[in-house]
Design a protein around this ligand. Sequence first.
Ligand SMILES: [Fe+2]
Length: 254
Amino acid sequence: MKTPERFVVVSDNHGDMADAASVSGLWDFMADWKPTIRVHAGDNWDFRNLRKGASDEEKAASLGDDWNEGSEFLTKFFKNGRRNYFLRGNHDERIYDFANNATGLVRDYAQDGIKRIEALVKRCNATMLPYDSAHGVLDLGKLRVLHGYHAGVGACRSHAAIYGNCLFGHVHTIESAPVAALEPAEARSIGCLCKRDMDYINRKTGKLRWAQGWAFGLCYPNGEYALFQARNINGRFACASEVKHYGMHKMSHR
Ligand SMILES: [Fe+2]
């Protein structure tokens, strides 16, 4: 068996709504794990004032902090990665929607924003995919990664039925669901890196299922993979940063 590549997949830091303990835990973990494959599965920015139905207060707020924190996060996340991917989430996509649908100054702002994102992604040496249920799907061997196109309690099951073995963000929970198939198919929602308490969600009980975390693991040259989940437990993340193989084909990894 040839040497596998280490990967990490994160999602949903939401710009200036990022959870500081989770982000700091991620940087410490990545310094040890040193993944060569890095995937950001979307919602790197919050863009809450571009939301349909945004309050006047939200519309009046500056996007400055959101831009800065999101851009700093991507820059740091992709630094030293060998294969970097950024999958836009529905929040990131808002600026693309405004560039096509809005008029006047808002459209100009959105077009400038897109240029800014594209320059950043290029500097990060990353490949960017749109928020699109067909074209926003990344294949890492037998494992797919997407931002997420279903929400609610059935999200994992729906994604497993459509995409097979996959990781996704979007719903901000940590959970998984298998579907019956001759080839095993399981979708995993990998958690978020943002705060739970945001204004626009404060009365929804769905946020009580949110959890912070990320996925990581090994990709083998034949497309197979080994998957692990990091989870926030009172501001701490317990992650195995070394992997040993057991069974018929033993090999040590680091
Ligand atoms: Fe999100």
